[in-house]
Design a protein around this ligand. Structure first.
Ligand code: NDP
Length: 245
C-alpha cells in the first residue's frame, strides 16, 4: 500500500526563548500540524515545553547559524517556514567608547545571523511551498538617534528580504518582513528603561495608544505563510499601531 501521509511541515524560528520568538513557536504549535525547531543562547522552560527541537546557540558567533540548521536538517530534511527573529537592541551614540564592538554585535545578531541561517536552509526549502519571514522593525524604515547600529542592521535585513524575494521567486518561495513597532517584550521593557521610561508609558508614543502584543506578530506570521498570502513576496508589513503612518 502506498503511504500517502505527508510529514508535518517544519518551522524554524530563531530566538524562541521569550518575547516574539516564543509567541511564534507557540502559535505554530497551536495550529496542531507543525514540527517546530528553535534556538537561543539560553533555553527557557517555556521554549523547551513548546518546541519539538531546541538548541542552545549564540547566533552572533560565525558558523553557529549554519550548525543550528545542520542539526535541524539531521532530524528533518525539509523546511517549510523559516523565521529569522533573534535580535538585540542597544542604544549607543556613535562616538561612545566601544563603538566597534557595539556595531559588530548588532550586525552579527540582527543581520549576519539571518543571512547565515537562511543560506544554510536554502537546500531544504520546499519549492512552491516554503516561506521566509524576517522580523525587522519600524527602524528598518526610519532612523532613530543613538540606534545607528540597530537601524543599519534592520535596514540591511529589509534589503536582504527584498533581494532574496526576487532570487527565490522562480522557485515559488516567498520572502517577507514583519516590521513591528513597540511590542510588549523584555526588549521593549529594557529599551523603555534605558530611555528613563517604562512599558506602561510606551503607548503614549503610538497613534493608536497601545503597543503590540507578541501574539499579534505571531498571527501576522501565520497569515503570511498561509495559502491566502501566496502572491505576497518582497514586502514589509508594519504592525505598529500607526507609528509609521
Ligand atoms: P527579546 O529580547 O524579548 O527576545 C529576543 C530573542 O532573541 C530571545 O529569545 C533571545 O534569546 C534571542 N537572541 C538574542 N540574541 C541571540 C543570539 N546571539 N543568539 C541566539 N539567540 C539570540 O526581544 P523581542 O522578542 O522583543 O524581539 C524579537 C525580534 O523583534 C528582534 O529581532 C527585535 O529586533 C524585533 N523587534 C522588537 C520590537 C519590540 O518592541 N519588542 C520592536 C521591533 C522589532 P537569548 O537571549 O537567550 O539568546
Amino acid at each position: 500500500m502506498v503511504n500517502t501521509e505527508e510529514a508535518a511541515p517544519v518551522v524554524v524560528i530563531t530566538g524562541g526563548s521569550r518575547g516574539i520568538g516564543l509567541a511564534l513557536v507557540q502559535a505554530f504549535k497551536a495550529q496542531g500540524t507543525y514540527w517546530v525547531a528553535s534556538c537561543a543562547r539560553t533555553l527557557s522552560r517555556e521554549l523547551q515545553a513548546s518546541a519539538d527541537f531546541v538548541m542552545s546557540c549564540d547566533l552572533s558567533v560565525p558558523g553557529a547559524g549554519r550548525d543550528f540548521i545542520a542539526a535541524v536538517r539531521a532530524q528533518q530534511p525539509k523546511i517549510r517556514v523559516l523565521i529569522n527573529n533573534a535580535g538585540i537592541a542597544e542604544a549607543r551614540s556613535l562616538g561612545a567608547v566601544g563603538d566597534d564592538a557595539h556595531w559588530q554585535a548588532s550586525l552579527a545578531t540582527n543581520l549576519f545571523a539571518a543571512f547565515e541561517v537562511t543560506r544554510a536552509s536554502l537546500g531544504s526549502l520546499e519549492d512552491q511551498r516554503s516561506s521566509i519571514i524576517m522580523i525587522t522593525s519600524v527602524l528598518a524604515h526610519r532612523g532613530l538617534a543613538e540606534m545607528t547600529a540597530y537601524c543599519a542592521a534592520k535596514h540591511g535585513l529589509l534589503g536582504f528580504t527584498r533581494a532574496l524575494a526576487l532570487e527565490l521567486a522562480p522557485r515559488g518561495i516567498r520572502v517577507n518582513a514583519i516590521a513591528p513597532g513597540w511590542v510588549r517584550t523584555q526588549m521593549a521593557a529594557e529599551r523603555a528603561a534605558a530611555m528613563g521610561s517604562s512599558v506602561e508609558q510606551l503607548p503614549r508614543s503610538v497613534p493608536m495608544g497601545r503597543i503590540v502584543e507578541p501574539e499579534e506578530v505571531a498571527a501576522l506570521a501565520l497569515y503570511l505563510v498561509s495559502e491566502v498570502a501566496r502572491s505576497i513576496t518582497g514586502q514589509s508589513l508594519c504592525i505598529d499601531g500607526g507609528f509609521l503612518a
